[in-house]
Design a protein. Structure first.
Length: 256
């Protein structure tokens, strides 16, 4: 195992999580993960799957007293009846195991999708902080920014008047972007000189933004929904200030 390997194989990834690799290989992988977002996300997802499966297994484990009573009851019955009960028990155990696996996989899929989406949002926000980043439309005027998206998005949204924004909050511009392959408006604000990225997506077709964590890598993530839209904001500004902006943006969608 060397740092030249671009991505971890499934076997190597599993062995790394279980701590089964030699010390040198473990350290090499750790160095690789520090610079490879894709592999780091896979390790995180696989670790959470193992943890979720272990927790689910402990949750549905029968208590020793119940197993003892069942064993005693089977021993008191004729051999033929015991075989029937044994078959039934194995059937129920198999069904329970299948159900447990399905529940674990569903939970893992939801966790994986949520982590992937929050990482995508944060990556896009960080790209706006780049010195070379230039918005597709640069304006503090909502009457300029909103019409720019006409014909570019399959939905429309409202922007509040400048006076309705929280104190020291300014609209700077906007970009057309995509989240999980779905078109979204990326609105750029500043709050007390902190950069804020606000993503607006169509609620029926866009990814579910409401299950996102409230923070990631030191950045705050706040979201809200309206009848037709989802709004999520990412910034390192004070959470209360970010929440105030999201609330006003959500309220603006009810205006004509």
């Amino acid at each position: 195992m060397t740092q030249a390997i671009e991505h971890l194989s499934p076997d190597t990834l599993s062995a790394f999580i279980d701590g089964e690799l030699p010390t040198g290989e473990q350290e090499a992988i750790e160095q690789h993960l520090a610079g490879c977002h894709s592999c780091a996300l896979r390790v995180l997802s696989a670790t959470q799957l193992k943890a979720a499966t272990a927790r689910a297994g402990r949750r549905y484990a029968p208590p020793p007293e119940a197993l003892a009573r069942l064993t005693a009851q089977l021993h008191r019955q004729p051999q033929a009846a015991a075989r029937v009960h044994s078959i039934c028990r194995l059937t129920w155990v198999g069904l329970a195991a299948a159900l447990l696996l399905a529940v674990s996989l569903i939970g893992w899929r939801q966790i994986h999708e949520t982590n992937s989406l929050s990482a995508e949002l944060l990556d896009q926000h960080l790209s706006t902080l780049s010195t070379g980043a230039t918005p597709q439309v640069i304006s503090t005027d909502r009457h300029t920014v909103k019409p720019w998206f006409q014909g570019r998005l399959p939905f429309s949204f409202n922007l509040p008047d400048t006076q309705a924004l929280p104190p020291d909050t300014t609209l700077k511009g906007a970009d057309l972007t995509y989240l999980k392959g779905q078109p979204a408006a990326l609105l750029l604000f500043t709050i007390h000189k902190h950069q804020v990225s606000v993503f607006v997506t169509q609620r029926s077709a866009g990814p579910n933004l409401i299950t996102l964590p409230s923070a990631r890598s030191g950045f705050t993530i706040h979201s809200a929904t309206t009848h037709d839209l989802q709004i999520v904001a990412v910034s390192d500004v004070n959470p209360a200030d970010l929440d105030a902006l999201v609330t006003i943006l959500a309220q603006a969608q009810s205006s004509s």
